[in-house]
Design a protein around this ligand. Structure first.
Ligand SMILES: Cc1ncc(COP(=O)(O)O)c(C=O)c1O
Length: 409
């Protein structure tokens, strides 16, 4: 599929000289693990006994009836330990860290899900852990910061740049350069220099492999389309991996924010606002200006507002293997509400982008066709954002009451 980390023209490893040996070591450890017949079974056992895998594929009977088109199935990555697909990647990388004999892990996080998952993995394996997070995201995702710290991680609030995910990634790379001998950087998505896109996809492919077997067992045929939200691209690559060789349409859904003509979105593959560039060690589509300066992005969901995207997905876009769409903040909130009311499911705001796009398309499909939507995470973490979006007066009263109680202390 690729030539040492290249997917068409995208990918590669554009590294400072000083990190070259560390990347060689990582690639060698990953290749050795893949070649070891005990590694994948050990990984699958760990995910079964620690994270609750396989996650179910739920037939959404009420939503299917509501739209009157395709049969809607939902892959339940929200049921992983820590509430998102991020666990698949961090537990796998944790096993690699053990093989490399390192004892400290660092990570970047946007929504906080990857940070919580990494802090959890570090607690379980006995590693020291530092998490880098943009100051804006620290403010948006305080509950996840609270849990990371309680799990024993040090959370560093990054004040550089626009104070979101890309800035946290830069800071994590800075740390890695100074501490490579002891430290592994647990990159949270299918981006970054080779071998990260391939390695993260290898661990996340557990989603697609399970979903493929489950849809055959439940529906008796391949789905017509599969939908996943796209931040860096790891849950999408995970789901797509199960269907690459089939004539299944792969649909990736980006953050449309206030709309693709508003300049307030994070769409690199659907909008025409992105261009090919090299940053953060790899080549892909970036939202950047003519001087290569990264642009400010916006999304209601902290996990989808990254300026770059997996080089594998950039290649899929240009080769036509996948289709990319965008859902707006308003469509996403409406999709969360509908999923709650019709199925009792609370998708994360990130995942709800995939739901929103599938909801637009399902009514126009035939009743014997099936689609799979990846519920990459659960929405509990978004309670503050969702309550604001619904303008819930009782929630407002509750928060004001709490704040007054704290002031009196
Ligand atoms: C629940 C959830 N879904 C999706 C994403 C986006 O990441 P990716 O595109 O790597 O799956 C995040 C990122 O934080 C997330 O927390």
């Amino acid at each position: 599929m690729h030539n040492r980390g290249y997917y068409g023209e995208f990918g590669g490893a554009f590294l400072p000289e000083i990190l070259a040996a560390t990347f060689d070591e990582l690639e060698a450890a990953f290749e050795a693990a893949k070649a070891d017949p005990d590694f994948r079974p050990a990984y699958l056992r760990l995910m079964e006994n620690y994270s609750g895998r396989p996650t179910p594929l739920t037939f959404a009977e009420n939503l299917t009836r509501h739209f009157g088109g395709a049969r809607i199935y939902i892959k339940r990555e929200d049921l992983n330990h820590t509430g998102a697909h991020k666990a698949n990647n961090v537990m796998g990388q944790g096993l690699l860290v053990k093989r490399m004999g390192k004892r400290r892990v660092i990570a970047e996080t946007g929504a906080g899900q990857h940070g919580v998952a990494t802090a959890t993995m570090a607690a379980r394996f006995g590693f020291e852990c530092t998490i880098y997070m943009g100051e804006v995201d620290v403010q948006r995702q305080r509950p996840n910061v609270f849990w990371m710290e309680r799990l024993g991680a040090t959370v560093v609030s990054v004040r550089d740049g626009t104070r979101i995910l890309k800035d946290a990634i830069n800071e994590a790379f800075r740390d890695w350069v100074s501490n490579m001998d002891t430290t592994h950087y647990v990159l949270g998505t299918a981006c970054g220099p080779h071998p990260f896109p391939e390695m993260v996809t290898y661990f996340q492919s557990i989603i697609g492999h399970e979903a493929r077997q489950q849809i055959m067992a439940q529906h008796g045929a391949m789905p017509k389309r599969v939908y996943a939200c796209v931040g860096g691209g790891s849950n999408a690559m995970g789901l797509f991996s199960g269907f690459l060789e089939d004539s299944v349409e792969l649909v990736g859904v980006e953050a449309g924010g206030h709309g693709l003509t508003s300049g307030r979105h994070a769409s690199r593959l659907k909008s025409r606002d992105a261009s090919v560039g090299v940053a953060q060690g790899y080549k892909t589509y970036f939202l950047q200006n003519n001087d290569g300066q990264m642009q400010e992005t916006h999304s209601i969901s902290a996990g989808l507002d990254y300026v770059g995207v997996s080089p594998i997905l950039s290649h899929f876009r240009d080769s036509g293997r996948a289709r990319f769409e965008a859902a707006t903040d308003d469509e996403v909130v409406a999709a969360v509400e509908l999923s709650m009311r019709k199925e009792g499911l609370i998708p994360a705001l990130e995942s709800a982008h995939a739901f929103a796009q599938a909801f637009k398309e399902a009514p126009h499909m035939k009743p014997d066709e099936a689609i799979i939507i990846n519920q990459s995470g659960r929405g509990d973490k978004d309670i503050f954002t969702v309550a604001d979006a619904f303008n819930d007066p009782k929630w407002r009263e509750f928060i004001i009451g709490k704040a007054e109680k704290y002031k009196k202390r």
